[in-house]
Design a protein around this ligand. Structure first.
Ligand code: KG4
Ligand code: ZN
Length: 333
């Protein structure tokens, strides 16, 4: 089954063709990041307008690269939740128009389920059940993936998502948006033991809280500025990255142990973080847990992951929408 998938939940306009949930036939991404960088974050109205301008070209290119016509596609998939509402609406409306015109089924996909499905593309052997850590700009969650379409949440962030904490801490350190990758790069030359940062307690041991940690970094930077002191930014970045990676990893492997999982997966934009990847790999291998991590190119927002999840939504859960499908800004898994 060949699915044409569309993703426009944030600042990437993306389209892809995926076969049977596992094989990428094309994967096109038009990023707007340089424009949003000027404002230090995503400007929702600009994002919607750029999606509107790019979507036709991106979808055309995805079909062209897959060497397929719309008539040869079996279904159209689209991210309908969660995300920036104006951004999501562009993709949803475009997909509806396309499905209607071509007479194809329309498959709505939850963005975070898509992030998790990036692992099915990269790891042909991966099948539920397994435990998953999803960490992105808007989500940080530990989930038991019971089937391709059924999940139960073990823990989630009580305040900031990990990616949001990375981006806000990075901004205080003077890095451009989105700052996660700049912290990652700076960490490589920093000393992660130089700054001691707080590790918040949560009532549910598998929940996260990153807002205190983020505020601690912001205060450290402001205090240093007021006193005219020079901070070692690379070491602050390394200390912050290690603390976030350690919190995510410790809770995740503890949950894997408690629920008896021997297979685990990492997903979302923050899965690209080198510190998190290596710490998680190390601690999973110590416990004999097989860890699946998507390649960097499939960690951030893309439509291939949406096409992968759509296959399972359609074949396992029979998910198909009619033309009344709407976008939803926030929706739990
Ligand atoms: O999944 P994603 O592309 O978009 C959302 O669904 O939110 O995640 C974006 C987040 C941003 O906060 C970005 O800074 C973070 O992922 N990110 C990273 C790295 N690459 C992207 N965070 C830490 N280290 C990285 N290498
Ligand atoms: Zn995402």
């Amino acid at each position: 089954m060949k699915i044409l998938a569309i993703e426009s939940s944030c600042d990437e306009t993306a389209a892809a063709v995926v076969e049977d949930g596992r094989k990428i036939l094309s994967n096109i991404i038009a990023t707007q990041v340089e424009e949003h960088k000027l404002y230090g974050g995503v400007v929702p109205e600009i994002a919607s307008r750029r999606h509107c301008e790019s979507i036709v070209g991106v979808v055309d290119e995805a079909l062209e690269q897959a060497k397929l016509t719309l008539a040869e596609i079996d279904a159209i998939a689209v991210t309908y939740a969660p995300g920036l509402i104006g951004a999501l609406l562009v993709g949803v409306n475009f997909a509806k128009g396309l499905a209607f015109a071509a007479g194809k089924p329309l498959i709505p996909v939850h963005h975070i389920k898509g992030h998790i499905a990036a692992n099915y593309i990269a790891h042909p052997e991966l099948e539920p059940p397994y435990i998953c850590l999803a960490a992105s700009g808007g989500h940080s969650q530990i989930m038991r993936v019971e089937s391709y379409t059924k999940y139960s949440t073990v823990g989630r962030t009580l305040d900031d998502a990990a990616g949001e904490a990375f981006d806000k801490a990075a901004r205080a350190m003077g890095f451009p948006y989105p700052g996660g990758i700049y912290i990652d790069r700076a960490s490589k030359t920093g000393d992660r033991t130089k700054y001691r940062l707080p590790r918040p307690h949560t009532a549910n041991p598998y929940d996260f809280s990153f807002s205190g940690l983020k505020t601690n970094v912001i205060n450290l930077v402001h205090n240093a500025k007021q006193k005219g002191e020079q901070l070692d930014i690379d070491s602050l970045a390394a200390s912050f990255q290690y603390t976030v990676a350690d919190i995510l990893t410790s809770k995740f492997v503890a949950a894997a142990d408690e629920y008896g999982y021997k297979t685990a997966a990492l997903a979302g934009g923050v899965a690209a973080n080198s510190g998190l990847r290596s710490l998680l790999e190390e601690r999973c291998s110590e416990r004999g847990i097989t860890l699946c991590v998507p390649p960097i190119a499939l960690c951030g927002d893309n439509a291939a992951m949406i096409g992968s999840q759509a296959f399972y939504e359609y074949t396992e859960a029979g998910a198909a929408a009619d033309l009344s499908l709407n976008a939803v800004a926030s929706m739990p898994l």
